[in-house]
Design a protein. Structure first.
Length: 573
């Protein structure tokens, strides 16, 4: 079972609300007067892909801490790799962060804003004999680096003079050398037990146009060099990173200490892992490029754009991030918890409507031909202020095909020959006849209704065991409905046999498209991203493919709450 326990270091503050360990550090710093009482965090995505649910955890943490402690969170694009970065990704990230409900005000920054300053800082380290130009190839650099059990070896170019290094570095910037021929490396310690401290590369030569700076630069800073300097320039107080950067923190500190510049505190927390999901942008890109999904915003993708298109609300995602909190150990969260948070929000906010996904025609023989009754239907029982709407009722209706069985088993209580059921908001009806086509397929049911049961129980006290949803055939709108499921068929998609990769765990039927659905007429003109509960069926969202001539809905999540069942089972243990 995925681990959803929280870290023991999370403590309570004086008003008895729980503080995770990161917020505890921030609170203690404020109490001690550190950073002059300021709290400045940052969310620093690389614009090389779309954000996913794992990034939402970091967004909510960084922006949330700034909001809770009266501080400011910066949105900063770490755009130091022009080969993989695009303006499209920048635009999508801005949209996603805003959609989640956060605002950076005027504090929008780019790592590329600081390229000149980073270069000048690199020159300072060269002048201090703390950096040198190295001619080793990438493969040779890896060989000289050593391993966890074997020490590294000094580069033969490590002893170059300050003057030679300054000259070569300037010529690197001027574009004199080809890609990969030289790097600038920090001069630290090739025997250091932390491999990140073994003379790491600070700059590489890359003749590639940058999406913001064009061809102005042909040397680009490495992440470890750029990261700390960006934080320093922006006067960040708490640089919050995921756990894989813990081993990089000594290098973060070394660079800032050697330059003797403003020095934020780096704090690491465990990233989000979710069942039936991959969180690697590289792997998500593979899915997009190979056509396994229909783009980054495919509703099966864990991207924020995909979740938004599927019908997730920002409130549900923020509540999920709040519940899982942050900790200092890696664990996996069950996707059922995310869906539980979603249902809680949608149950309170989504209007109820009736829709039939697999229609079966019903003719009520004793209902007057041409007569239409407008019945009152409740918009949301969770919200009395939501009021009611009118649902047209006529002689010809559609019900779900699975709500009828000609020869039902013992515990099937829905419609069957001779059986009476309730139609939601309408009448009791009884099936009298079944019409089949030449192939023996049921195409039509003939029923009768009891006029005395409109909107309530039978006057004689008789009961029925099932209530069915329906739509009027003459008034219903045609719609396409896309039923989405998990993209992968295993809790851990990366768990594969030797020689296979994560794509071997893709689920073959993660999308089912229904093209002959019927929905009630109140949905005419429903806007894209509008969310509804289709009664008895689940929560659905109007897709961006919809038009005035064609309604398209995505199933956001079924009604059944598997998280509640999981919690109930755990309590019994």
């Amino acid at each position: 079972m995925p681990n959803t326990e929280q870290d023991d270091s999370n403590k309570q503050n004086t008003d008895n609300t729980r503080l995770d360990f990161v917020r505890q550090i921030v609170a203690e710093d404020l109490k001690a007067g550190k950073w002059d009482g300021r709290v400045v965090t940052r969310f620093p995505p690389e614009p090389n892909g779309y954000l996913h649910i794992g990034h939402a955890k970091s967004i909510c943490l960084n922006f949330g801490i700034a909001a809770e402690f009266g501080g400011q969170c910066h949105l900063r694009f770490d755009d130091t790799n022009p080969e993989k970065e695009e303006q499209e990704y920048v635009n999508s990230i801005i949209e996603d962060v805003r959609w989640l409900g956060w605002d950076w005000n005027e504090h929008l920054y780019y790592g590329s804003d600081y390229f000149k300053q980073m270069y000048e800082y690199a020159v300072q380290l060269i002048k201090k004999a703390k950096a040198y130009v190295c001619d080793l190839t990438a493969e040779q650099t890896r060989e000289y680096r050593g391993t966890l059990t074997e020490p590294g070896k000094n580069s033969p170019y490590r002893s170059r003079s300050i003057e030679e290094n300054l000259d070569l570095f300037e010529r690197m910037r001027a574009g004199e050398f080809p890609d990969g021929s030289r790097t600038l490396r920090a001069k630290i310690d090739m025997l250091h037990p932390n491999l990140n401290m073994r003379d790491p590369v600070m700059y590489r030569i890359l003749h590639a146009a940058h999406h913001r700076t064009g061809d102005k630069w042909c040397i680009y800073p490495m992440y470890d060099w750029a990261h700390g300097l960006e934080d320093s320039v922006e006067k960040i107080t708490h640089s919050i990173c995921t756990l894989e950067f813990e081993n990089h923190r000594p290098l973060y500190d070394w660079f800032l200490d050697e330059l003797d510049v403003y020095h934020p505190r780096q704090i690491e927390f465990a990233r989000l892992n979710l069942t039936y999901t991959v969180m690697s942008k590289r792997k998500l890109l593979q899915l997009v490029q190979a056509g396994h999904v229909n783009g980054w915003d495919d509703p099966r993708m864990p991207t924020i754009g995909g979740l938004r298109r599927r019908g997730y609300s920002p409130q549900a995602i923020r509540e999920f991030c709040k519940r899982i909190s942050v900790n200092k150990f890696n664990s996996t969260v069950d996707i059922a918890l995310l869906e539980h948070c979603l249902r809680e929000d949608l149950n309170k906010t989504s209007p109820r409507v009736m829709a039939v996904l697999r229609p079966l025609k019903v003719i009520i023989d004793n209902f007057p031909e041409g007569h239409v009754e407008q019945l009152d239907a409740v918009n949301n029982p969770e919200d009395p202020a939501a009021g009611t709407r009118k649902a047209p009722f006529s002689r010809e209706l559609y019900i779900e095909r699975e709500d009828f069985m000609e020869d039902p088993p013992k515990k099937f209580y829905r419609l069957a020959p001779g059986r009476e059921v309730r139609l939601r908001y309408a009448y009791f009806v009884t099936c009298r006849d079944v019409v089949k086509d030449k192939d023996g397929q049921i195409i039509e049911l003939h029923c009768t209704y009891d006029p005395a049961t409109r909107g309530g129980d039978a006057p004689d006290g008789r009961k029925v065991k099932a209530t069915l949803h329906w739509v009027s055939a003459a008034h219903a709108l045609e719609a396409e409905v896309r039923l989405y499921d998990n993209l992968f068929n295993r809790e851990n998609p990366d768990n594969v046999p030797e020689g296979a990769d994560f794509k071997s765990n893709l689920k073959a039927n993660s999308l089912e498209t229904l093209t002959s659905c019927r929905v009630e007429p109140s949905l005419a003109g429903a806007e894209a991203s509008s969310r509804y509960q289709f009664e008895r069926l689940g929560y659905f969202c109007v897709d961006s493919d919809s038009s005035k001539d064609k309604l398209v809905f995505n199933r956001t999540v079924p009604l059944r709450d598997t998280w509640a069942k999981i919690q109930k089972a755990q309590k019994k243990k």
